[in-house]
Design a protein around this ligand. Sequence first.
Ligand code: FES
Length: 153
Amino acid sequence: MKMQITLTVNGDKYELLVSPLSKLVDVLREELGITGTKKGCGEGECGACTVIMDGQPVSSCLVLAPQADGKSILTIEGLESRDGILDPIQESFMKKGAIQCGYCSPGMILTAKALLLVNEHPSEDEIRNAISGNLCRCTGYQKIVDAVLDVTE
Ligand code: FES
């Protein structure tokens, strides 16, 4: 049995028929073709699938589609302005070399963005705490922390 949900993703509204057990990450990627959100573990362990839902960072592999009904979702695609200007946090990740393979980057950047929305000048400890659920196998985290610190200056 399918159910109808309404999602606003990056400012665009979608009416969808979904399985009640489908996950938000799969709805974004497979139903809507919004593939910037990455799926790693699928079990809430890696943070690759992080999106911002009504202002809060969430692991979209842990959100069932019905739980997202009526919510506003921001994915990495929505961080860039409609005329192609990157968000300062995206610029900072590039400038600081905080991206290597890039698989964790959308989730990492959205986690950082969610932190900056509530705390414009986070300390290094606050940044490390915020990204503690986002795993990166390449950078050793320091460049990521530096990128977030840099955007606050
Ligand atoms: Fe969602 Fe790993 S894919 S936390």
